[in-house]
Design a protein around this ligand. Structure first.
Ligand SMILES: Cc1cc2nc3c(=O)[nH]c(=O)nc-3n(C[C@H](O)[C@H](O)[C@H](O)COP(=O)(O)OP(=O)(O)OC[C@H]3O[C@@H](n4cnc5c(N)ncnc54)[C@H](O)[C@@H]3O)c2cc1C
Length: 473
């Protein structure tokens, strides 16, 4: 296939900050209609936001979840991830599902829609679980409705108005009806990008010490695979890729391609691509021109990957059934909170007095041309680290919590705890903590953590701290 040239004449070339210009336009001050006054507002409807909103509403608080798309699931649906990681841990060689609570309620709903696979083994060491995006979206709608969470779709968070430098007063959202304001007593930033926290002035980091972020990928799914002929193709594809590269018939943007069957064995997900700027650094999910390049180049790479996959036995008659609504972004801003979960915490299976949940996923670093996994010792270790409440609390802000992939972690820590399982756990803890803070007329930072831990356990969550490890998958 002919190489599609980089975005064409109409997009600017991506660089460090391509859209910055000395020219500005003054926007006249205006009165913004109030959409609503809430006790708790959650920005973003990915795994962290879903769990945060359900937990906040379950805590008896009037809760609004705001999402820019018309459906929930975050990267899990919008970027076509279609696979839960981090729900399980390899505990001394035995697999356990260690993320429970609200995640279990969502999984049960997806299962009732017949939309989830049995867990499958990854790298011979850990489990993941594939699902249908349609079932995830429907199950998440139903979960939020059953807890009376108000939802505002098609609303892009666009800025904040502060009470003072420590307290957010209102979140501004852009809707088809124009700009609207939403007030809340406590806000929870589950935007994945730390948008709300950054607007509120929270300190944050991007990338590793040199600013390198995990590379994004454009996921896609194939239909029409012949499952009998394809067999365990995920085992043979890496060697076939090496052969094709050696023969000079194909070139691939990265190693470690993941090609696995979904709920229906004729449908397979493909995690094969890697999106870079012209200088080789990762496309930034915070830069509009980078995102534009990433979407177009991502689709080009998907077609190139598909052309290779059609040479694999069982894939000859397959076709691309879905290119997701957006490029998959793994890492952007990470808020600096009262504790930064680190790579050592993950590898050492760290414990914390203020644990609110656990992460059993290894470090998974999407570096230039490759994906590098680092596991805690298996089977010698318990295979999961605890997640401290402090990683949800940004420095210097009193009525804001942050959960999910933008929570307080180092670049290395985030490469592990960014996956869905830990995001569900962080979201449930943040929503529960926000409601408890309002019950006690306290700021979230000052709530009694032992009471938060008790509440989470009563809700069915597993938080470590010597709690019996749940049996079953
Ligand atoms: C290509 C790829 C493959 C992955 N593979 C896996 C996998 O196999 N298994 C796994 O568990 N994890 C995987 N991950 C990681 C995982 O999907 C994400 O890290 C996880 O979804 C993060 O959850 P979150 O809730 O923190 O944020 P997100 O899932 O990013 O959700 C954030 C939500 O906020 C919304 N939002 C953002 N900004 C605004 C705004 N300003 N206004 C309104 N709404 C906003 C977004 O639309 C989105 O719905 C993968 C990620 C990528 C990119």
């Amino acid at each position: 296939m002919a190489k599609i040239p980089y975005p064409g004449h109409h997009a600017r070339p991506p660089s460090g900050n391509p859209t910055l210009s000395a020219k500005t336009i003054e926007e006249p001050a205006r009165k913004i209609p109030l959409y609503g006054e809430y006790e708790i507002v959650v920005l973003g409807g990915g795994p962290a936001g879903i769990a945060a909103a359900v937990a906040a509403a379950r805590g008896g608080r009037r809760t609004l979840l705001i999402e820019r798309y018309g459906f929930l699931g975050g990267m899990g649906t919008a970027a076509g991830v279609t696979n839960f990681c981090g729900l399980h841990a390899n505990v001394y060689g035995q697999m356990h599902r260690v993320v429970r609570g609200i995640a279990s309620e969502l999984l049960a709903r997806i299962d009732r829609l017949d939309g989830i696979n049995a867990p499958h083994l990854i790298l011979g060491k850990i489990l993941a679980q594939a699902y249908d995006t349609a079932a995830y979206k429907i199950a998440a709608d139903d979960l939020l409705a059953s807890h009376r969470v108000d939802v505002l779709f098609h609303a892009l968070g666009a800025g904040v108005v502060m009470h003072d430098e420590r307290r957010v007063h209102a979140l501004m959202v852009e809707t088809k009806a124009g700009r609207r304001a939403v007030t809340a007593d406590v806000f929870i930033d589950c935007s994945g990008d730390g948008d709300l926290a950054a607007w509120a002035g929270a300190r944050h980091e991007v990338g590793d010490r040199q600013g390198h972020m995990l590379y994004p990928s454009m996921m896609f799914r194939l239909n029409g695979v012949d499952p009998a002929r394809a067999g365990d193709a995920w085992r043979t594809i890496p060697a076939l890729m090496e052969k094709a590269e050696a023969a000079g018939t194909h070139r691939f943007p990265r190693k470690a391609a993941i090609v696995r069957p979904q709920r229906s064995p004729i449908e397979w997900r493909v995690n094969f691509t890697q999106l870079a700027r012209e200088d080789g650094s990762a496309i930034s999910g915070l830069e509009p021109d980078d995102l534009t390049r990433g979407e177009i180049e991502g689709r080009r790479q998907a077609v190139a990957a598909f052309e290779f996959l059609r040479t694999v036995p069982g894939f000859e008659k397959s076709y691309i059934v879905d290119l997701p609504p957006q490029l998959g972004i793994r890492e952007t801003r990470r808020i600096v909170g009262l504790y930064l979960l680190s790579g050592e915490d993950v590898l050492d299976c760290a414990s914390f007095d203020d644990s609110i949940g656990v992460n059993g996923w290894p470090m998974e670093s999407h570096v230039a041309g490759d994906v590098i996994f680092k596991f805690p010792p298996i089977p010698q270790s318990r295979g999961f680290n605890e997640l401290p409440y402090r990683m949800l609390i940004p420095e210097g802000l009193d009525n804001l919590l942050v959960a999910g992939r933008c929570a307080s972690m180092t670049h290395e820590g985030q490469s592990a705890a960014r996956v869905s399982g830990a995001c569900f756990a962080m979201g449930e803890a943040a929503g529960t903590a926000a409601a408890m803070a309002l019950d006690g007329n306290a700021v979230p930072r000052d709530i009694a953590v032992d009471k938060l831990q008790d509440r989470l356990k009563q809700q069915g969550a597993f938080i470590g701290r010597g709690q019996p490890i749940p049996g079953g998958l």
